[in-house]
Design a protein around this ligand. Structure first.
Ligand code: F6R
Length: 248
């Protein structure tokens, strides 16, 4: 996997936002929609800050952008402050000119009997708009991308999953109490992610170093779902120096 070690998170985020902006502008020039796959969590926050800055200060428009988020907790109301719907609006959508109908985020408020049809429709919708042009990823300490926890297979698609115990304990900081952390989520599959034409992954900080080493240097295995990225032909990994402390 091609690794770029950057001076700090801000520098890396600006590079990643620049790559996304170039795709949006290229599509715009061709009169086409750009399809972005987006992540939540701490890793992409500065990327979104830079995209907002490019919109406000440099006239970057999102009118020709369609987005698909990777995942959402289940069960989860979109109005809940812990929801990924809330996160995305707070950090990105409220500050740009994207059309609301072009925003897609898995619906954590569905009745359980409606989840599987929703997941199939989510896959179909991605295909119908021509597939994801660029997918933004973080990595979880369990080895997940999206919420594809250990055991996820290479051809998995959008589905309801159980969260790994590491993921649940890492989410306590957001929910305040372990009892409040949902134990399930709806996530794009590994196969869904690998279908993206281009993938960029952000890994910041010492806490991610051990799992990043496995993702990059380890065998391709469902034990570390992020290792499946080794099978994709256009992945760029952006790391700060602390994220490389465990590397050889
Ligand atoms: C979020 C997602 C997750 C996160 C990962 C890292 O939509 O899909 O895979 O990217 O859990 O989270 P942070 O960035 O908060 O360390």
């Amino acid at each position: 996997l091609p690794i770029n070690v950057v001076e700090n998170q801000l520098v890396g985020a600006k590079i990643m936002a620049g790559i996304i902006a170039d795709i949006i502008k290229k599509k715009q020039a061709e009169g086409k929609m750009a399809v972005l796959g987006l992540a939540t969590g701490s890793s992409p926050i500065k990327i979104y800050q830079e995209l907002v800055r490019l919109h406000k200060e440099e006239g970057l428009s999102f009118k020709n952008v369609i987005t698909f988020n990777l995942d959402e907790y289940y069960p989860m109301s979109p109005e809940d402050a812990q929801s990924y719907v809330y996160f995305m609006h707070k950090h990105l959508f409220n500050h740009i000119d994207i059309l609301p109908e072009n925003v897609n985020i898995p619906d954590g408020s569905l009745k359980i009997e409606d989840v599987s049809a929703f997941c199939n429709a989510y896959e179909d919708k991605i295909d119908e708009v021509g597939g994801i042009d660029i997918q933004v990823l973080g990595i979880g300490r369990s080895g997940h991308i999206g919420f594809n926890e250990p055991g996820s297979t290479v051809n998995s698609t959008t589905r309801l999953v159980k969260l790994d115990s590491i993921t649940i304990s890492d989410a306590i900081k957001d929910f305040g109490d372990e009892k409040l952390v949902p134990h399930r989520a709806i996530t794009m599959g590994v196969g869904t992610i690998l279908k993206a034409k281009k993938i960029v992954l952000a890994g910041w900080g010492k806490g991610k170093s051990a799992i990043l080493k496995e993702m990059i240097e380890g065998p391709v295995s469902p034990d570390v779902p992020a290792s499946f990225l080794q099978l994709h032909k256009d992945v760029s990994v952006y790391l700060d120096a602390p994220a490389t402390t465990e590397f050889t």
